[in-house]
Design a protein around this ligand. Structure first.
Ligand code: FAD
Length: 381
C-alpha cells in the first residue's frame, strides 16, 4: 500500500493545519470553559469546503477522498477536538448518510445547504436504552394517513441543538431487530420534535451533545430515506466511514498531546537541566511518537481501502481502537510530563486529556471494535 500523499492531499492538509493554528488551540479555551458552542468558528469551515468534504460537486460539496478527509479531521482535532467532532459528525454521519442513500430529490433538497455550511447536520442512532446494541432501538415510526408519526428519544447526539437537519433511525417494521429499522430525514422545527438541554460532559465542552425527543412528531412520507427496513444496514455502512473519522480524531488528539509535551519539556527546568534532557522523558516521547505514527498509518490504510471501494470495516475498527487508545495514552503521559501544571486548566493538556476519552466510547466502544475485529478473524457472523 502506497502512503505517499498526492500534491492535492498535501495541499488540503496544509489548509487544515493553517486553519487549526489560526482559529483553534488557545482560542477555543474560553468556549470550553463556558461549555459554549463556537458558532463563529464552525461557520468558517464552510467556505473551506470542510462541511461538504464527501459530498459530490453537483451538490456544492468538495468531493474529496477519504485520505484527504482523514487528514483534515486529524489537523482540526490537533487544534481542538470539539470543533473536530462537530465537523466530522456533520460530514460522516448526517451528510454522508444522505449523500449515500437518499433519493435524488432528497439530495437536491438537503445537500447544498449542508455542504456549504448554511446548515449543520446531526445523526441519531443511540437511545437511552440501546447504544452498543443499536439494533435494539425502540423509537417507533408509524405510517398514518400519509404521514410518519415518530415517538421515542435518542441519547448523546452530537450537534443535536445546532442542527438544521437530523437523520434519525426508527423502528417501522414488526421485526424486533435490525431489519425493522428505517432512516428518516427531519427538518428542525418539525412539530413534536424537540431537543433536550445540552449534556454537561467530561470533555469536548465546546461541542454540542443533547437528547432528541419525538412526541407524535409528524413528517411527510417523503422523509423516509431509502427502503423501509434498510435503515440499520445503511447505518452500519455510515459507521464504517465514521470510525475512520474517529480514528483520525484519535490521531489528532494524540499528536496535540505530544505537541504540548514537547513544548513544555523545552521550557521547564529541573536539577539544572530542561526536562527535554532527561532520558526517562525522552523515552516516553519516543514511544508515543512511534505509536501515533502507527495509528496514523492504520487510519490512512482504512481510508485508502474505502477510497478503493474495498471492504473497510475490519481496517476501520483496527484503526479506531488503536488510535483512540493511543490518544488516551498520549494524553495521560503528556499530563504526567507536565507534572502539577498538567492538572490545572491553564495548560491545554488538561483539556486534551478530557477530550481524549470520548474516542474510546463514541462510534462503537473499544470493546465493540475488538468484537468486530475478532469476528472477522474467527469467521463468525
Ligand atoms: C459525546 C458523545 C457524542 C456522541 N454522539 C453520538 C451521535 O452523534 N449519534 C449517535 O447515534 N450516538 C452518539 N453517541 C453515542 C455513542 O455512540 C454510544 O455512547 C456508544 O456507542 C456506547 O453506547 P452506550 O453509551 O449505550 O454504552 P453501552 O452499550 O451501554 O456499553 C456499556 C459498556 O458495556 C460494554 N459492552 C456493551 N456490549 C458489549 C459486548 N457485546 N461485549 C463487550 N462489552 C460490551 C461497552 O463497551 C461499554 O464499556 C455519542 C456519545 C457521546 C458520549
Amino acid at each position: 500500500m502506497d502512503f505517499e500523499l498526492t500534491p492535492e492531499q498535501r495541499q488540503v492538509r496544509a489548509v487544515a493545519r493553517e486553519f487549526a493554528q489560526a482559529e483553534l488551540g488557545d482560542k477555543i479555551a474560553p468556549y470550553d470553559e463556558r461549555h459554549e458552542f463556537p458558532h463563529e468558528i464552525v461557520q468558517k469551515l464552510g467556505p473551506l469546503g470542510f462541511l461538504g468534504v464527501l459530498v459530490p460537486e453537483e451538490y456544492g460539496g468538495a468531493a474529496l477522498d477519504y485520505v484527504s478527509y482523514a487528514l483534515i479531521v486529524e489537523e482540526l482535532c490537533r487544534g481542538d477536538a470539539s470543533v473536530g467532532i462537530t465537523m466530522w459528525a456533520h460530514n460522516s454521519l448526517c451528510t454522508n448518510h444522505i449523500a449515500s442513500f437518499a433519493s435524488p430529490e432528497q439530495k437536491a433538497k438537503y445537500l447544498p445547504a449542508l455542504a456549504t455550511g448554511r446548515g449543520l447536520g446531526a445523526w441519531g442512532l443511540t437511545e437511552p436504552g440501546s447504544g452498543s446494541d443499536a439494533a435494539a432501538l425502540r423509537t417507533r415510526a408509524e405510517l398514518k394517513q400519509g404521514e410518519w408519526i415518530l415517538n421515542g428519544s435518542k441519547a448523546f447526539i452530537t450537534n443535536a441543538s445546532v442542527a438544521s437537519t437530523t437523520v434519525v433511525m426508527a423502528r417501522t417494521e414488526s421485526d424486533p431487530k435490525a431489519k425493522g429499522v428505517s432512516a428518516f430525514i427531519l427538518d428542525k422545527g418539525v412539530p413534536g420534535f424537540t431537543v433536550g438541554k445540552p449534556y454537561r460532559k467530561l470533555g469536548l465542552h465546546a461541542s454540542n451533545t443533547a437528547e432528541l425527543i419525538f412526541e407524535d412528531a409528524r413528517v411527510p412520507q417523503t422523509a423516509l430515506m431509502g427502503a423501509r427496513g434498510a435503515g440499520f444496514a445503511q447505518s452500519m455502512k455510515v459507521l464504517e466511514g465514521g470510525r475512520i473519522a474517529m480514528a483520525a480524531m484519535g490521531v489528532g488528539i494524540a499528536q496535540a498531546a505530544i505537541d504540548q509535551a514537547v513544548k513544555y519539556m523545552k521550557q521547564r527546568s529541573a536539577f539544572g537541566r530542561t526536562l527535554a534532557e532527561f532520558n526517562g522523558l525522552q523515552g516516553m516521547v519516543a514511544d508515543l511518537a512511534t505509536e501515533v505514527e502507527v495509528a496514523r498509518l492504520l487510519t490512512l490504510r482504512a481510508a485508502t481501502l474505502k477510497d478503493a471501494g474495498q471492504p473497510a470495516s475490519h481496517a476501520a475498527a483496527m484503526a479506531k481502537v488503536f488510535a483512540s487508545e493511543t490518544a488516551m495514552k498520549a494524553a495521560t503521559k503528556a499530563v504526567q510530563i507536565h507534572g502539577g501544571a498538567g492538572y490545572i486548566t491553564e495548560f491545554p493538556v488538561e483539556r486534551i486529556f478530557r477530550d481524549a476519552k470520548l474516542t474510546e466510547i463514541g462510534e462503537g466502544t473499544s470493546e465493540i471494535q475488538r468484537m468486530v475485529i475478532a469476528r472477522e478473524i474467527l469467521r463468525l457472523s
